[in-house]
Design a protein around this ligand. Structure first.
Ligand SMILES: C[S@@+](CC[C@H](N)C(=O)[O-])C[C@H]1O[C@@H](n2cnc3c(N)ncnc32)[C@H](O)[C@@H]1O
Length: 313
């Protein structure tokens, strides 16, 4: 079932301007900006940084934007208001893209962007529970309005094996077994409901990581992926997005860790092998050292892009 909400139920207060710095903006503009008439789908509009740049550089593009986060949708709608009816922002998960696209955009989608993961607006809001840097509820849901299970609920009910599998498969955590055991032992004394409880537990159980790399980084990534079923979302989106592109349309994806990037790489490679697509950024593009200095959160980003052939399918 696709959960779509065009109104915002989970948050009605003021959202304020975005704190998110979009990554690889020049590189995204380089591959997606166009003077052709058509539609841009921004599947992860977030604070709207990439979307604004693309609308400014491509005057003939209309934007259909999506975000699963109600606050991001409100923020993006406000930011994109100057573009009037050139921009529509919808609150939904991107896996449901196919059923959401306006009829007039069908066959006209010439650019698709996905910038996976979480935004600084989400990470820096302790109340969302995405970060181990500040104490907050252990939540991590991108959409509290439609997702039932927070990270705390998942951890309270999962078996030790399930927790170990999340840590291993979604966090690529070497010490997944040891950590899963410690989590299950700890919850016998009371539920894990705060980010600081989990971060402290990981710090106690795991050896110190590389300098600048908090030992709870992998655990938080794993739980976030499990809560939001992020990898399933990405796989569904990639299939649909590649199908929806019009001839000579371009799809660009920004990944932030190897699990995301692997899925993008494989989906793109399959299409290139089929002969219908060209890889326009072989090996992908990563941020310059200047960008990483200005915005350390860009450090693990990788942009990949493919272009559909003129014949299409
Ligand atoms: C890295 S941010 C995007 C930032 C944006 N490109 C900008 O310029 O501000 C990722 C965004 O994707 C959204 N997101 C993550 N998974 C999603 C999904 N499955 N469906 C829709 N949006 C999703 C998050 O809520 C977040 O706002």
């Amino acid at each position: 079932m696709i959960l779509v909400s065009r109104d915002i139920r989970s948050n009605t207060g003021p959202v304020g301007p975005t704190r998110h710095s979009p990554v690889l903006v020049d590189e995204v503009v380089e591959v997606l900006a166009t003077q052709r008439e058509g539609w841009l789908v921004d599947a992860t509009v977030g604070g709207g940084g990439h979307a604004v740049k693309l609308l400014e550089t491509s005057p003939q593009l209309r934007l259909f934007a999506i975000d699963r986060d109600a606050q991001a949708v409100r923020r993006a709608r406000e930011r994109l208001q100057p573009f009037g009816d050139r921009a529509e922002v919808v609150h939904a998960p991107f896996s449901g893209l196919e059923g959401l696209l306006p009829e007039e955009a069908e066959g006209q989608v010439i650019a698709i962007l996905a910038d996976f993961g979480v935004s600084s607006d989400q990470l820096d809001d302790a109340d969302r529970g995405f970060s181990f840097q500040e104490d907050g509820p252990l939540d991590m849901r991108m959409d509290r309005g439609t997702q039932k299970n927070s990270a705390a609920v998942l951890l309270a009910h999962a078996s030790e094996d399930e927790i170990e599998a999340w840590l291993r498969d979604y966090g690529e955590e070497r010490f997944s077994r040891r950590l899963a055991h410690a989590i299950v032992q700890a919850r016998r004394f009371g539920p894990l409901i705060r980010t600081s409880q989990l971060a402290d537990l990981v710090e106690r159980v795991l050896p110190r990581g590389r300098r600048g790399f908090h030992p709870a980084t992998r655990t938080f990534q794993a739980l976030r992926i499990a809560v939001n079923r992020e990898l399933d979302e990405i796989e569904a989106f990639l299939q649909v997005g590649l199908q929806l592109l019009a001839p000579e349309g371009t799809m660009a994806c920004i990944s932030f860790h190897s699990l995301e990037d692997r899925r993008v790489k494989l989906a793109f490679r399959n299409e290139v092998r089929s002969g219908y697509f060209e890889d326009i950024l072989p090996r992908g593009v990563t941020p310059s050292s200047g960008e990483v200095r200005r915005n350390p959160r860009a450090r693990s980003a990788r942009l990949r892009a493919v272009r559909k052939g003129g014949g299409g399918d």
